[in-house]
Write a protein that binds this ligand. Structure first.
Ligand SMILES: CC(C)(COP(=O)(O)OP(=O)(O)OC[C@H]1O[C@@H](n2cnc3c(N)ncnc32)[C@H](O)[C@@H]1OP(=O)(O)O)[C@@H](O)C(=O)NCCC(=O)NCCS
Length: 204
């Protein structure tokens, strides 16, 4: 399981509860899936998580000392880039800064690996997540039309966001071409799937 990074989270429920980040493993998936189905209308399946863990993607979770799962992220390290595939805070613990804890760790991990940029996709309607990423220096660099499933057999666009890691200011926008069309220039790949999409592995 590795050595957990111990930290004290003063903003989570029970201000004195210790919380820690540690790698996610297959034995965590019952709890992860319980949060996943609460947090998303179109959650990842167990198979999506198993495939990602088996492939060696970076996956860590944040939990309280008593084992309560607070949130998690899962990302794909690539050549020079880290692709955030899933960032989730348990609904009961949202709005307390925990997404920033997870994003801090994601960025630190990417830097440890010598990666220089972060990429993600987010539902166009997910204003909260888009605002969070914008505050963390991500720029919106493209749109992928009808990327995600939506209620009523409709589809929803994905907004593609990226930031560079050659700075230390989380509010500074990434130097990206905001007019880029990600579909046209090929910058978007099937594996960018923060949230749920359909890809070669089936509906997500
Ligand atoms: C999006 C999500 C990860 C944010 O997690 P969180 O722990 O609640 O976020 P935080 O408390 O760290 O707050 C992040 C920012 O959102 C802001 N925020 C909080 N509640 C908000 C709301 N109701 N509407 C808009 N912004 C809000 C906070 O003020 C904070 O902004 P700041 O950077 O200025 O401090 C979380 O809501 C979540 O898991 N949602 C469901 C899954 C999801 O959509 N994941 C992202 C997929 S790409």
């Amino acid at each position: 399981m590795g050595t957990p990074m111990q930290a004290r989270d003063m903003s989570s429920a029970g201000a004195t509860d210790a919380s820690m980040l540690r790698p996610m493993s297959a034995t965590d998936l019952d709890r992860v899936l319980a949060v996943e189905v609460q947090a998303y209308g179109f959650p990842w399946s167990r198979g999506n998580f198993i495939d990602s863990l088996a492939a060696g993607y970076t996956a860590e979770l944040l939990e309280q000392a008593n084992g309560t799962l607070l949130g998690y992220y899962l990302a794909l390290p690539g050549v020079g880039e880290m692709h955030l595939l899933n960032l989730t805070v348990a609904p009961a613990f949202q709005g307390r800064g925990l997404a920033h804890r997870l994003m801090d760790r994601l960025e630190a991990r990417a830097r440890e690996l010598g990666l220089t940029s972060l990429w993600l996709e987010v539902r166009a309607s997910n204003a909260r997540a888009r605002a969070l990423y914008g505050r963390r220096g991500f720029a919106e660099v493209g749109v992928r039309r009808d990327y995600y499933p939506a209620p009523g057999s409709r589809r929803e666009d994905a907004v593609v966001m990226s930031r560079t890691l050659d700075d230390t200011h989380r509010d500074e926008p990434a130097d990206a071409d905001a007019d880029a069309d990600a579909d046209a220039d090929g910058a978007v790949r099937e594996r960018h799937r923060c949230g749920v999409q359909e890809d070669a592995h089936g509906a997500r």
